[in-house]
Design a protein around this ligand. Sequence first.
Ligand code: SAM
Length: 295
Amino acid sequence: MTAVTARPLWTETLYSSYGQSFRVDEILFEEKSAHQHLLIFRNEQFGRVLALDGIVQTTEGDEFIYHEMLTHVPLIAHGNAQRVLIIGGGDGGILREVCRHKTVKHITQVEIDPSVIELSKTWFPSHSNGAYDDPRAHIVIGDGFDFVQTTQERFDVIISDSTDPVGPGEVLFSKDFYAGCQRSLNPGGVLVTQNGVPFMQTSEFTDTATRLSRLFKDWRFYSAAVPSYIGGLMTFAWASDNPDLLNVKLDTLHQRWQAQNIPSRYYTPELHLAAFALPRYLLDMLPGEYAERVR
Ligand code: SAM
């Protein structure tokens, strides 16, 4: 019987009544930046883990699920996205996946905390995988909320890869932020956002539904199961004034996906379509017309 050496556990503080703990095999970095507390540690199961203000942001082990689904679903649905805006995403995972798309000619990424970018380059090199050096990538240090209110740039796809709606991330779940994204989209464009785990973050889910429904012609949610985002299905919000984007047939999705020749470990065209099918308990949280509209 090998002695299990006592190693400290790190417990996520996102929820007061329920949580997850990781055995900390090695603390790699910790500091309080101007915006948030940053912690990076190594765990045998998940590899390196990034936590901001006590909340898991990303892990080496399961980051592919979230980054592939938040990127490829809107870009393959759009079919010819040339200008992409990323809000947040300091770890570089979204930027890496966007850079894999040949149609994309220009990427603007607006990240409030430069520490996250620099630390992720050092401690999570596989997340950005050199994407920060891609000539198409233009990094802006600032608040994504302010950016979408004032930018003169226009985008085909906007991806909000924010923290949870606490601290600096809170404004990225507001009606005014969504309105700013709508003004920053080209005709036919789409906004997607990380929208939490509705089994645990119910008001985040219903609040986003209410806010998007007052702005966009077509608003939906799609989902994926991300192990380190505990509490069940992780949802992504979808908002566009172009309902055709979600009427793309499977054959067309396959043609577009194959043309990009992108390696994936989670995304498939079949899953692209299936991810928009929500379980009954989530449909019951939404206005009655939602289930009819998305049949
Ligand atoms: N995938 C993670 C998740 O689902 O929670 C999020 C990853 S990424 C680390 C979140 C990023 O959002 C962080 O780098 C954080 O600094 C950034 N962020 C938070 N609030 C922001 C704001 N108002 N404007 C721009 N970036 C923001």
